[in-house]
Design a binder for this molecule. Sequence first.
Ligand code: BDR
Ligand code: CA
Length: 313
Amino acid sequence: MVKKKMAKKVLLFCDPGIDDSLAIMYALMDPELELVGVVTSYGNVTKATATANAAYLLRLGGKPNVPIIPGAVQPVTEEEVTFYPEIHGEEGIGPIHPPSDLQYQLYPFDMIRKIVEFYKEELNIVDTGRSTTLAMAFILYKEQMQMVGAFYLMGGAFFVPGNVTPLAEANFYGDPTSSNYLLKNAHNLTITPLNVTNYAYLTPDVVESLSESTANPYAFMIKPIFNYYYKAYKTFVPGIIGAPIHDLVTLMVVKNENIVDYIYYDANVVEEIEARGLSYIDLRPTGKPGETRIAIKLHHEAFINEFQKVMMG
Ligand code: BDR
Ligand code: CA
């Protein structure tokens, strides 16, 4: 491993998935971000599918040597996992199929420890999937995790409806025990819940212009995957004028924290079955502000400008 200066170092935990995929594309195209590893897990699709998708996107982006580290196949508390082909497609990136003969190298889980020890406080860990694998890394490498500069999670919904249940957002619902563990143990933590990511929508006209960009190696797939995802969103959010690219916001705030406004509270996730995955903070007059930075409002124009700037190369 050779350290490059300047760009923000990101170790991404993810489950690509269409919005995770767009986040990976953005990270690879942005000279101000350096993806130093991708950890793939179950979530939108199976771990194996998420891993193949990450490998394909890295290859297309000219970065096949970024280490891919496979993570968890299920949450800590149960074996049954629900996947979401109706939103992300059977293979996770809508109608796009990675080549069946795609070759890629996988790294053992211990590579996470090596990456953390190498980059230390320069490292930003971003988790846009279920929380299981990052919680596992914390349990295994507790001492090393204290060296990490900052953590960013896509998860939760505060005072707004959930997306997989009336109360819960998908990542925190998927493994609430691990999400709670991260909320209690990760320092310098920012979360981007549905409060902001629901507003991080791309519209067909923005996608149309991106798909015409010659400087973007993903231009050929952006429109078909967006159309697939947008079609799904239109069925459960009638009248929606674009599709929210949740995970993109979580990566974007690593280098561009001002695209959202924040409140600071200690956040919690309910694990009991009736309200599983519900995220909440204590807003009573007796409740005190806490340490976790919770994104609460998105500046949509800034979000779109930033995405277009990077993706047009
Ligand atoms: C989150 O759940 C996943 O399905 C998406 O990829 C995103 O990370 C949104 O609730
Ligand atoms: Ca995701």
